[in-house]
Design a binder for this molecule. Sequence first.
Ligand SMILES: N[C@@H](CCC(=O)N[C@@H](CS)C(=O)NCC(=O)O)C(=O)O
Length: 189
Amino acid sequence: MPTLYTADRCPYAARARITLAEKGIAYDAVEIDLSDRPAWLYEKNPLGRVPVYEEDEGLVLPESEVIMEYLEDRYPEPALWPADPAERALGRLWIQRFDDRLGDAYYAARRGDGGDQLDERLADLDRALEAQQWLSGREYGLADIGYVPWILRGLERFEVELGPALADWLERCSARPAIAQESAVVAAL
Ligand SMILES: N[C@@H](CCC(=O)N[C@@H](CS)C(=O)NCC(=O)O)C(=O)O
């Protein structure tokens, strides 16, 4: 059985947890205390960060984006990239531009120095979702999984306001057991 080195409070680890749950992959979760990380974690990821995904056969993968892509390749069903190549590419662009489109503003707000940045990024997301159902287009998938952990934590932590399209997207995301499970993790933090 694979192992995920993870932390409940980590939204990057949440990307891996949600992807594993969507694909119905059983795994052992090893919770890492991020304020007192074990020395051996650096052998698995020299940056000492979670998530790290490990298989018994020896594969050790850090980086949430790489883990999501690997799981999609290794366990193609159910597919989490859309069938349409253009939508797949646009979905990957969402993931690649995550820092610009949400991450930097989220972490600035967490440091208390973000001004209106987070609200502006959320308004951009709302506009994007007015035009299409899911971040990569017509199908739910890795782009949505790539963003939803920060929206769930933003609601808990900063009580952010979501525009109607973003709120509707979150409701549709939350109807999925894999994401409902992550909401429960966030509620218990
Ligand atoms: N680029 C990494 C980022 C992972 C990350 O920043 N994880 C945080 C917890 S949310 C961590 O382990 N922080 C410890 C550190 O940066 O030293 C990914 O996508 O997996």
